[in-house]
Design a protein around this ligand. Structure first.
Ligand SMILES: *Cc1c(COP(=O)(O)O)cnc(C)c1O
Length: 361
């Protein structure tokens, strides 16, 4: 920290992203990206003619993309907010709906950015412990003060809540915002979107980073009541009205038009997940029931940290969290069937105890 850094950030611990090695030497199963590329039609959206227009600012209202997303999900463009990844939406929402009087509540085990934004904005954070089986304590959520934030399915467990439980949280206090982070919903969980018409306090947050194969493009959106979206737009226009560049807007529109391609990929990934879960169970792993594009797994014979390092030594990157309650687990992103075979071979080696003499992949 330099002597210039504001003292209000003195104790800020920034978010630590998963490793992003910039070479191809790993089978990368650590940050929940899609193993499949964007569709050919999506890729064709960035033409040389469009590149030539980069001298011009993008549309700050992102109207064409907002209209396309609104049509896709059966809402009005005024119910849609666009942002530079869903992380930016989380940032806007924590800024817009919380303050010294209104804290924020989220599970003790969930997406690592929630406590970071709470600290960044100086908010009181109410961490609601998941139960021993990592299920959500919905009653505790209903009793919490402040904005309620939950990922559904949750990360890094992949466990999902049914719509009826989300509705219970929404109706427990219509004066508090409920932010449902649906980064992984298209891999098999129930979306809260049908509740939008009934609950003005619901904000559903989505990202193109996982199910839409576009982590590198940085595109997220939120769906909510016009009242909530207006507030978020006030924050957005007070932060960076050009938060989405011209190319990302075009990619987003093309991806909405090619929705069937992406939903088909989600189905493929969910099927790979189910086969991988069965295989890991045969190998003695304990798994949470994941509905996301990753598995959360622990093994009685090898610690989470050892598994992470041994896999890395064999050229397979997974995610390990040095955090109470989950340090014995690793989170494994679902890759292609071929990538999963490399993972299983490495795990079998490690469990045999001969990982040290195995050749580097
Ligand atoms: C990956 C992820 C995000 C962030 O997604 P971006 O759109 O890439 O910023 C948000 N929430 C959860 C739960 C995630 O796993």
């Amino acid at each position: 920290m330099s002597r210039f850094f504001s003292s209000r950030f003195a104790s800020l611990a920034p978010y630590v992203p998963g490793e992003q090695p910039q070479d191809q030497q790993y089978v990368k199963l650590n940050t929940n990206e899609s193993p499949y590329p964007p569709s050919p039609r999506t890729r064709a959206a960035v033409s040389d003619a469009e590149l030539a227009r980069l001298n011009l600012y993008p549309d700050p209202t992102g109207t064409r993309l907002r209209e396309a997303i609104a049509a896709r999900y059966g809402v009005k463009p005024a119910n849609v907010l666009l942002a530079n990844g869903s992380d930016e939406i989380l940032s806007f929402a924590f800024m817009a709906f919380c303050d010294a009087e209104t804290p924020v509540a989220f599970p003790d085990i969930s997406y690592g950015f929630y406590p970071v934004y709470a600290a960044l904005y100086g908010l009181a954070a109410e961490e609601i412990p998941l139960r021993a089986d990592f299920s959500m304590d919905v009653d505790a959520f209903c009793a919490s003060r402040g904005m309620r934030v939950l990922a559904n399915p949750n990360a890094p467990t992949g466990m999902a809540l049914p719509l009826s439980e989300i509705e219970r949280i929404l109706s427990s206090d219509p004066d508090r915002v409920v932010l449902v982070d649906e980064a992984y919903v298209d891999f098999g969980a129930q979306t809260a979107l049908p509740l939008l018409a009934k609950y003005e306090n619901l904000l559903v947050v989505r990202t193109y980073s996982k199910s839409r194969s576009m982590a590198g493009a940085r595109l997220g959106f939120a769906l909510g009541s016009e009242a909530l979206i207006r507030d978020l737009e006030t924050i957005r226009f007070s932060t960076n009205p050009y938060n989405l560049n011209r190319l990302t807007l075009l990619l987003g529109e093309a991806a909405v038009a090619d929705d069937a391609y992406y939903m088909e990929n989600c189905k493929k990934i969910a099927a790979t997940r189910e086969r991988a879960a069965a295989r890991l169970k045969e190998l003695g792993f304990t798994l949470t029931p994941s509905q996301a594009n990753f598995l959360f797994a622990s093994h009685p014979a090898v610690s989470g940290e050892t598994l992470y390092s041994a896999l890395k030594a064999q050229g397979v990157l997974v995610r390990h969290f040095k955090k109470p309650r989950i340090s014995e687990y690793v989170r494994i992103t679902i890759g292609t069937p071929e990538q999963m075979e490399v993972l299983f071979a490495a795990i079998e080696d490690i469990l045999k105890g001969d990982a040290a003499c195995a050749p580097q992949r």
